[in-house]
Unconditional design. Sequence first.
Length: 118
Amino acid sequence: MKLRQPTDFLILEALEDKGRNVATNLAAHTGKSRKNINTRLPVLEDYGLVEKIGPAERSGLYEITSLGKAALVYRDQYDEVDDFESLIEGPRATDANESPEAQMSFVRGEEDEESDDE
């Protein structure tokens, strides 16, 4: 995963703050050109950070995914880690010991706390 800074994080931030949106509005919110936004959105979609939604395939309406939200939580570590993608993916859904609540707390950036209830 190769993110372009600060543009990609600005797009993710705008989608998180403003909700689902189109490139024209994202350009206004980020201060970047519409062409730049239109170039980056499909890349972010390929990475699973945003999802194209909307009534039509060509509507150009995007929203941030849970993986995109995790990228925002850990963006300060982007330059520091070798595998940012693994960092933001967090616990695997196939891990039988990992509850959905634990996975969501990871996405929100909450600290992992050991539980003695088991």
